[in-house]
Design a protein. Structure first.
Length: 261
C-alpha cells in the first residue's frame, strides 16, 4: 500500500489514526494522505469505519491515538467550528438540514462563518449587517442555481425529495467556501441516471471551486469511475490504497466485499 506522492502537494494526512469506543476499535492505525485537487474515495463494507473517519476529520469525535494534519498543521484537537473555519466542509450520511427553514435559509446559514456582524448588529440592521445579508443571499441563490434548486429557494427543506435534500446539503457545504469537501454517501437513494449526473457534477465542482474532494460511497462502480485514488477500510483497518484499477483487483478488497470463499 506504499505510495510515493509529493509532500508539498499533500493537503490532508492521517497518521496512525485510531478511534476506540470502549472495547470496539472503529478506526485502527489508519494512515493515508490526500493530495490537492484530487477526488479521493473511501470505500469498504458496512461497519468498516468510514463515517467514523469522517467524524474524526471534522472533529465531531477526537482520535484515541494518532494525528490529523491539514496543510502541515496538526488539527487533531481542534473544535468542529475551527475545522470548518479552516476550510473543511462536509455532508452527512443521515441528512442534517433545518427542515422548517427554507432552502435559501439553509444555505445562508452555511456561510455565516464568513460574516463579521454580530447578532446585535444584525437585529438593529447596523453596518455592515445589511450589506453582508444581501451578499449572503446572492451567494446562496447562486449555489441553489448551481445544484438546480433555485426555483424552490423559499420552500421548506423538509418538503424536498431525498435526492433534492442531498443536493441542498451540498449547496450548504459549499457556502462555507471549503478547500476540502467531504461527501458522505452522496449517491445514496439515487437511480443509475442520477448517479451518472452526480459523478459529472462532482467533477464540475472540483474544477469550478478548485476543490479537493473526499467521498464515502457504497456504489463501487461510481467510485471506480469518479475517483483518482481510493482507500479501502475493513473492520477499521486500511487494507488497500491506490488508483482504482489497482484497488479493484486487490485480493484483500475482493475478499472484504465478497468473502474469502
Amino acid at each position: 500500500m506504499s505510495e510515493i506522492i509529493a509532500e508539498n502537494n499533500i493537503v490532508l494526512e492521517a497518521k496512525s489514526l485510531t478511534r476506540r469506543f470502549g472495547g470496539l476499535v472503529a478506526v485502527n492505525n489508519v494512515s493515508f494522505a490526500v493530495q490537492k485537487h484530487e477526488i479521493f474515495g473511501l470505500i469498504g463494507p458496512n461497519g468498516a469505519g468510514k463515517t467514523t473517519l469522517f467524524n474524526l476529520i471534522t472533529a465531531l469525535i477526537p482520535p484515541s491515538e494518532g494525528k490529523l494534519i491539514y496543510k502541515g498543521t496538526d488539527i487533531s484537537q481542534l473544535r468542529p467550528y475551527k475545522i470548518a473555519g479552516l476550510g473543511i466542509a462536509r455532508t452527512f450520511q443521515n441528512i442534517r438540514l433545518f427542515g422548517e427553514l427554507s432552502a435559501l435559509e439553509n444555505v445562508i446559514i452555511g456561510g455565516h462563518l464568513h460574516t463579521k456582524s454580530n447578532m446585535i448588529r444584525g437585529v438593529l440592521r447596523l453596518p455592515p449587517a445589511p450589506h453582508e445579508e444581501s451578499k449572503s443571499r446572492k451567494k446562496a441563490l447562486e449555489l441553489l442555481e448551481l445544484v438546480g434548486l433555485s426555483d424552490r429557494a423559499e420552500e421548506k427543506a423538509k418538503n424536498f425529495a431525498y435526492g433534492d435534500q442531498r443536493r441542498l446539503e451540498i449547496a450548504r457545504a459549499l457556502a462555507l467556501e471549503p478547500q476540502i469537501l467531504l461527501l458522505d454517501e452522496p449517491a445514496a437513494g439515487m437511480n443509475p441516471s442520477e448517479k451518472q449526473y452526480l459523478s459529472e457534477f462532482i467533477h464540475s465542482l472540483r474544477e469550478r471551486f478548485n476543490l479537493t474532494i473526499v467521498l464515502i460511497e457504497h456504489h463501487v462502480p461510481l467510485v471506480m469511475g469518479l475517483c483518482d485514488r481510493i482507500a479501502v477500510l475493513d473492520f477499521g483497518q486500511l487494507i488497500a490504497l491506490g488508483e482504482p484499477a489497482v484497488v479493484r483487483d486487490d485480493p484483500a478488497v475482493i475478499a472484504a466485499y465478497l468473502g474469502s470463499g
